[in-house]
Design a protein around this ligand. Structure first.
Ligand code: TXA
Ligand code: MG
Length: 319
């Protein structure tokens, strides 16, 4: 059985002893291990049942010297770090193989690095004194957790320690941006910081194409247990709801007549608010034991890209 705690010293002790611990960040809860401990990193992959070639993000404290983990720090990376760190932005650099283990990067020549803003994450990083790997604290392919209770539900049989830190403020995983030569400024995984905001900060559009592997890049990824259908068109959603004889949970930008409010979540016009709510509501729907979840997609625009991506990947059907 997993256990929740507020005891930072205990969390740090477990990490140093090579045990993965779930800890909060401002995006989602992560399953942390010390990045230089190969056996601990292996345990993280095993807990998540994650394929070994899906690289992990190195999470660093603001105090760490990045030069240890990356080959070079391009000026564009400095601009992005100055603007968005600490925060929900992950940057992909050329890796320094001397100090980053193969098991962290899935054997790639690059390394993804993020400096999280959550004060508890920073407190753990400072106390450990080394970077942590931290995939989202959910079994591979499932919805990321935004509360400590979600982590507990996801890993019911594991003896996992969970640092209680309330609900995550962002609600979806960080934006991943390449700062590699030939792929400068490319968004590899959309998040709450949009591609337009990145391009604005850099004063130029992204370059080239990258072949980097991103696990969120799989067609289906952030799936709840209940099947999700994503609708571009609200009328099609209503028609499907009327045809369905079983209980359905609906997330939509418009009201659905005659639907029990317990089975409805009204999506706001603000991408940040929807990001905050999305995974939380998908899990709520799962807990209600409905037969299906219907979501209305937002416009396919840069400001909505993070939410749009998570909804499309949560769905097994797109209408
Ligand atoms: O917000 C977040 O990023 C959360 C919190 C816990 O920090 N973490 C997270 O980790 O989402 P994870 O493992 O669930 O997703 C990491 C993503 C994967 O899609 C992986 O493929 C990509 O980062 N990634 C890691 N290293 C990479 C690299 N060198 N090049 C390209 N993508 C990389
Ligand atoms: Mg994940």
């Amino acid at each position: 059985m997993s256990e929740m705690t507020h005891d930072l010293a205990r969390v740090v002790g477990e990490l140093k002893a090579g045990q993965p611990v779930a800890i909060p960040t401002e995006t989602v809860y992560g399953l942390a291990a010390i990045a230089s401990q190969e056996a601990a990193v292996a345990r993280v992959y095993a807990c998540k049942q994650r394929p070994r070639n899906h690289p992990l993000i190195l999470h660093v404290s603001l105090k760490f010297d990045l030069k240890r983990w990356v080959k070079q720090i391009p000026p564009e990376a400095v601009m992005l770090m100055n603007t968005f760190w600490p925060g929900p932005l992950t940057l992909v650099f050329e890796r320094n193989p001397a100090h980053v283990l193969d098991c962290v990067t899935g054997g790639q020549t690059t390394v993804a690095i993020r400096c999280p803003a959550h004060p508890l994450t920073q407190a753990v990083l400072d106390a450990v004194g080394e970077p942590l790997v931290m995939p989202s604290a959910n079994p591979f392919g499932k919805v990321s957790p935004t509360t400590a209770e979600h982590v507990q539900t996801s890993f019911q049989t594991l003896p996992l320690l969970i640092l209680e830190g309330g609900r995550c403020a962002v609600g979806i995983e960080s934006t991943i941006v390449s700062v590699l030569d030939g792929a400068m400024g490319q968004v590899l995984r959309p998040g709450s910081i949009s591609a337009d905001t990145i391009a604005q900060c850099l004063g130029k559009k992204p370059q080239g194409k990258t072949t980097a592997r991103v696990s969120g890049g799989l067609q289906q990824h952030y799936q709840p247990n209940t099947p999700v259908t994503a609708f571009h068109d609200f009328k099609a959603l209503l028609a499907a709801y009327k045809r369905c004889k079983k209980p359905v949970f609906i997330l939509a930008f418009q009201d659905v007549p005659d639907l029990d409010p317990a089975y409805f979540f009204h999506l706001s016009q603000h991408p940040d608010e929807v990001a905050f709510a999305l995974f939380h509501q998908l899990r709520r729907a799962d807990a209600l034991g409905v037969a299906a979840i219907y979501v209305q997609l937002p416009p396919d625009k840069a400001t909505w890209a993070g939410v749009y991506d998570r909804m499309m990947k949560a769905a097994f059907l797109h209408v």
